[in-house]
Ligand binder design. Structure first.
Ligand code: E4P
Length: 215
């Protein structure tokens, strides 16, 4: 499983990129709106120049024609831009049109296996099931990843599964075990993945023993 970072914050992206673990970035309108005084297209350009991998920018139109127009504009920003589209009939029309033009697409807001199957058949490069938001409703988000992975394997469907709406480190392990190709993880959770008290304790021990070594 690969790591994408789920943020529009450039400092977070720069730091995670420097760790050498990031294969892509996802943004959404809410994440972009959190960033003050930025142009959406310029921020995507900046990210797509730094990160050598898929950078998702989401459309805000609700009709297919508007989504296609926006998608074509987004795709012009950089060759590694992926157009993110909502899981609606209009979103899938736009997905099908854009993928026929070799534009990469990410169908977002997926909450069922059937939605993932529809998105894949519309030519989506990526499908994004939201684990955390399903868990919030008392459903099992990770189980959805497992179902989609099984269906895609049975039918040899090439779309990649991005486990989205990741809330904590356990989600990351569970998504990997369930067969997600990618986990799009907020900066905070990525930073938590490094942590283990025994690692800290081990470093402390090595440093204090080294300080006692004969010169
Ligand atoms: C995915 O691409 C979305 O940007 C994201 O994972 C949404 O997560 P949230 O439920 O924490 O808003």
């Amino acid at each position: 499983m690969k790591f994408f970072i789920d943020t529009a914050n450039f400092d977070e992206i720069k730091e995670a990129h420097a760790w050498g673990i990031i294969s892509g970035v996802t943004t959404n309108p809410s994440l972009v709106a959190k960033e003050k005084n930025i142009s959406f297209h310029e921020r995507l350009k900046e990210i797509a120049t730094l990160v050598d991998g898929s950078v998702s920018g989401e459309v805000i139109s609700l009709d297919a024609e508007g989504m296609i127009k926006e998608g074509l504009e987004l795709a012009k920003i950089a060759p590694n831009i992926t157009v993110k589209l909502p899981m609606t009939p209009a979103g899938l029309t736009a997905c099908s049109t854009l993928s026929k033009q070799n534009i990469k697409t990410n169908v977002t807001l997926i909450f069922s296996a059937n939605q993932a199957l529809l998105a894949a058949r519309a030519g989506a490069t990526y499908v994004s099931p939201f684990i955390g938001r399903l868990d919030d409703l008392g459903q099992d988000g990770v189980e959805l990843i497992r179902e989609i992975a099984e269906i895609f394997a049975i039918h040899e469907i090439p779309a990649q599964i991005i486990a989205a709406s990741i809330r904590h480190p356990q989600h990351v392990t569970q998504a990997a075990l369930a067969g997600a190709h990618i986990s799009t993880t907020p900066y905070k959770v990525l930073a938590q993945l490094f942590k283990h008290p025994l690692t800290d304790k081990g470093i402390e021990g090595f440093m204090s023993d080294w300080a006692k070594k004969d010169q």
